[in-house]
Design a protein around this ligand. Sequence first.
Ligand code: GRF
Length: 244
Amino acid sequence: MTARPHPPGPSDRGAPDGDPCGTGAGTGTGPTAPRPSTRRPGRIVVLASGAGSTLAALLAAHDDPAWGAHVVAVVSDRPGAGALDVARSAGVPTAVVAMADFPDRLAWDRALADAVGVFGPDLVVLAGFMRLVGPPLLESYAGRMLNTHPALLPAFPGAHAVRDALAHGVRVTGCSLIVVDAGVDSGPIVAQVPVPVLDDDDEASLHERIKVAERVMLVETVGRVARDGLTVEGRHARVGRRFR
Ligand code: GRF
């Protein structure tokens, strides 16, 4: 199956200046093709639970029209997440959907999907979001929801990837950007960057170096996805409209 991951979101209906996230300058030809200078950037909603250094990297890129995307909102499950402060400092709207405020998991899942949907994203990026997302989000953003993970998947999925890699004794680990599916860090891989493990690494030092690589990978790849689209076929994800 070839997924068309970036159909215009609700807010894009009738947009006069071309469709964002993948059908613009990179693929359009002929007299009706949108010009890069007028193409509206793809709308990104970022989900984050942590300090927000990964979000900060995206926000550092999003004022550049050439990047092709714009972070329109940050949604967190943690009211005290540093990522919310990072967003507010950049003037980006925020929303909090805390698990404790809902009677059960499905109610939270629905509220999370609603909170994201308000902003009409073309692409949803999980940048340090420490919860699994449920069917409401998965169904609404199938093939256009990406997650960054601090290991070379499929090795070391889950919440303790850096600790697990160190404990296993690997000499090289890294980071992965994947398409979110219903599993735990199991979706098709969009990008990966290796990071060597040093003899004196502990979890904190290794994670810091991975996060440096992760930020570069994320900004570079999200920009490419926003500009050129993403095609998913089975386990294979490729940036761009054409697959193989
Ligand atoms: C990243 O390594 C991400 O992969 C992991 O948490 C880190 C995010 O850190 N799940 P930050 O909150 O963006 O600083």
